[in-house]
Design a protein around this ligand. Structure first.
Ligand code: GAP
Length: 483
């Protein structure tokens, strides 16, 4: 008998505590260095977390790089030259305003306080110092000597290395404008107050594109990328009600941006930035370029006496040199994961009165693609068939196919619901000729659908194709204008 769903809790009822508890219980995300009491603002991704994170990152890469003819990949070093951060402007301006509480000695971001009634976030008293800038970059030294000359930084955004490699990509791949360079990887910020689980942390991953365009077409491409990235998040299962756009006021713009539209998601703690899409103008390429003044007279950048490279392109008709503008869609992988977990987390009451927690993840993002469960663990024939099915599916599906051999089917269903496995496949007595009362069921297995709880009987030989079609057909068309 198939059990139905009686009631599903609303999105607004989900709390961060529920998501944190599930992540810990089921092996998604743990506080880093927990053995020593935890490391603030750093998290480790367990066996389920690493799969979800990689699936999201790989989907981004497939849709933004492989599916396009105008995109080139990059994997640059995290250690960054101090001059990069000097000329990018981060050394002087990549700061948050910080205040101290004189009473309890806590430190906090000034912009997180109520401007009309600024009180300490920790003790609630109003004995706060004047705001002062705090630079968010992590500094380190290269080699054994700790002096100014050996200073380097852990990159606070993956973007800068893309600008530095602009000419290298241009010279080796000969792309025509417009084209983009995409990179995913770690970024580090010494956040004053990391908070909201993996929403604001000190070590995180970004998925960034720098899309180089002719200056006069930059407004068009800015709108294009806002739409494109919003569509992509929809395709990852985030619903329209939980996503919205927010045009940043001029006073909030980063030092490099002419305009920025943020894509906000309704996290359990409220609507906040999931991705920013900025028009960075020619600020960065001009900052890192030699002869910048002759190439970009309007760029508001420091004079660069150190660069050895002219980061510019030549107009094929007029033959004059100019610096392209850059549109930058910059997404956080950790925040993306949190959004997807928040969207998928569901509490339901079933027809039979029992409750369940289920992660309704899109199948292409699920950490485990299918679980194969022999109904009785002490029946070697069932186990042998389950093993064969597991091997066959493992060879054909992208991701983990788990053989569950504990014999407790209810417990297995509960666990796989909570980690978002889209389908469980049960090998039972009807599968085997000697034990079934219905010959039609020989060599068939039961598929139990995670979301609807419906069950269907499928021949083993048709299983791979059936799963591919029903669960694992993911195709993102996007809004490509490049072919
Ligand atoms: N290159 C542009 C840039 O870095 P940003 O708005 O500072 O822009 C881009 O960061 C994205 O990186 C954000 O939308 C967010 O998803 C993610 N991000 C930024 N700081 C973060 C942090 N401390 N923890 C987690 N994710 C963060």
């Amino acid at each position: 008998m198939t059990i139905g769903i009686f009631m599903t809790a609303a999105q607004s009822e989900k709390t961060m505590e529920q998501i944190i508890s599930l992540c810990k219980r089921r092996g998604f995300i743990f506080p880093s260095s927990q053995v020593y009491g935890g490391l603030q603002g750093a998290y480790d991704f367990g066996p389920m977390g690493v799969e979800l994170k990689r699936n999201l990152q790989q989907t981004w890469w497939r849709d933004m790089v492989y599916a396009r003819q105008d995109m080139y990949g990059l994997d640059s070093s995290i250690l960054t030259h101090q001059k990069t951060m000097h000329y990018s402007g981060h050394k002087d301006t990549f700061c948050d305003l910080m205040v101290d509480c004189r009473a309890c000695k806590s430190r906090m971001r000034a912009d997180h306080l109520d401007p009309d009634n600024p009180v300490c976030e920790n003790c609630g008293l109003d004995d706060l110092t004047e705001p002062r800038p705090f630079n968010l970059m992590f500094k380190t030294n290269l080699g054994p000597v700790e002096d100014d000359a050996s200073t380097a930084y852990l990159r606070p955004e993956t973007a800068q290395a893309i600008f530095l490699n602009f000419k290298y990509v241009l010279d080796t791949q000969s792309p025509k404008l417009p084209f983009g360079i995409a990179q995913t990887g770690k970024a580090f910020r010494n956040e004053i107050t990391p908070r909201h689980f993996i929403f604001r942390v000190r070590e995180f991953e970004q998925m960034e594109i720098e899309f180089f365009v002719k200056p006069e077409s930059s407004d068009y491409w800015h709108s294009y990328w806002v739409k494109e990235r919003l569509n992509w998040w929809h395709a990852q299962g985030l619903s329209g009600d939980n996503l919205k756009l927010d045009v940043q006021p001029e006073s909030d713009l980063a030092h490099y941006a002419k305009a920025t539209t943020d894509i906000l998601y309704r996290f359990p703690h409220g609507f906040e930035e999931l991705e920013g899409v900025a028009n960075r103008t020619d600020y960065d390429l001009a900052s890192h370029s030699k002869n910048q003044d002759t190439l970009s007279p309007h760029a508001k950048v420091k004079e660069n006496k150190d660069s050895t490279s002219k980061l510019a392109v030549q107009d094929p008709e007029s033959k004059s040199w100019y610096i392209p503008y850059v549109i930058e869609p910059s997404a956080g992988l950790d925040r993306g994961m949190l959004a997807i977990l928040s969207e998928a987390y569901t509490e339901e009451t079933l027809d039979n009165g029992s409750d369940r927690i289920v992660l309704k993840l899109p199948a292409h993002l699920s950490p485990i693609k299918a679980a194969v469960i022999p109904l009785a663990k002490n029946k070697p024939e069932l186990v042998a068939i389950a093993q064969t099915i597991q091997r066959q599916l493992q060879a054909n599906l992208q991701g983990i196919v788990r053989l569950e051999n504990s014999g407790n089917i209810g417990k297995n269903y509960r666990r796989h619901d909570e980690i978002g496995t889209p389908v469980c496949i049960t090998v039972d007595f009807d599968t085997i000729e000697e034990t079934t009362s219905d010959p039609k069921l020989v060599n068939t297995v039961t598929l139990r659908d995670r979301d609807s709880l419906s069950q269907e009987r499928i021949p083993i030989e048709a299983l791979t194709e059936h799963l591919r079609k029903k669960y694992f057909f993911y195709h993102y068309e996007g809004n490509r204008t490049d072919q």
